[in-house]
Write a protein that binds this ligand. Structure first.
Ligand SMILES: [Zn+2]
Length: 82
């Protein structure tokens, strides 16, 4: 989950892992460690039509999540980091 300093969500002040409640490092509005940001808007063909879910996972919780996958994540090297 994300905590913002203002109502318009312009200034990010904290990110907390939804799974384990660990507070991730945030400096000047930028997340300074690995974070999985889940954000889904369910549409007409889902059972949650019109609902938006969002959450954040720390890197440890992300690793635990993908460990349970029957098919491993697709992985490739990237040269540009965000
Ligand atoms: Zn976590």
């Amino acid at each position: 989950m994300r905590i913002y300093a203002d109502q318009n969500k312009n200034e990010l002040t904290a990110v907390i892992c939804n799974q384990c409640k660990k507070e991730l490092k945030v400096k000047k509005g930028i997340i300074k460690e690995g974070c999985f940001c889940g954000d889904i808007r369910f549409g007409y063909f889902s059972r949650k039509d019109g609902s938006r879910h969002s959450f954040d996972l720390c890197e440890e919780c992300y690793d635990k999540l993908i460990k349970g996958f029957a098919i491993p994540v697709e992985e490739e090297e990237v040269t540009e980091f965000i």
